[in-house]
Unconditional design. Structure first.
Length: 147
């Protein structure tokens, strides 16, 4: 019985250090995303990547909204809060432009491959970049001291 209590105590003591590690799991690369969807036919793979891109877009929207909300609660002078909010809006716009151009480039790397290969490359790129941006925003929000 004493051993079980020690094990439970050890797990309880380690749990707080395990949670942050899970919360900051690495973002899947384009290659990893394609591999996750590779068990399907080509049409199924495209659908799988489209679902991942859509899910990543939703995660990005949530992270952008959370960041905007966190800035409103930031323990800083209003002048700097307002500057940061304006920079966030500008950054979100520039990110969307970058993502579009970068993912067009990624799609072009399929060369003369079928159109679906180009689209799958683009979708994997969109998904990875959205997830990376969402993680950046979550990390930035978690570092701000709140009121």
């Amino acid at each position: 019985m004493h051993t079980i209590k020690l094990i439970c105590f050890g797990l309880a003591a380690c749990l707080p250090t395990m949670v942050p590690a899970a919360a900051t799991a690495p973002v899947a690369s384009e290659k990893a995303l394609r591999e996750e969807c590779s068990a399907f036919s080509q049409a199924g793979m495209r659908d799988c990547l489209a679902e991942k891109a859509e899910a990543s877009q939703k995660a990005l929207r949530r992270a952008e909204q959370k960041m905007a909300g966190t800035l409103s609660k930031w323990d800083e002078d209003n002048k700097y809060v307002n500057q940061a909010k304006a920079k966030l809006v500008a950054s979100n716009t520039k990110f969307a432009e970058y993502r579009g151009t970068q993912c067009e480039f990624a799609a072009s790397l399929s060369g003369g491959g079928a159109g679906s290969a180009r689209e799958m490359g683009r979708l994997a790129c969109v998904s990875e970049l959205n997830n990376r941006r969402a993680q950046q925003l979550r990390d930035a929000a978690s570092d701000l001291p709140l009121k």
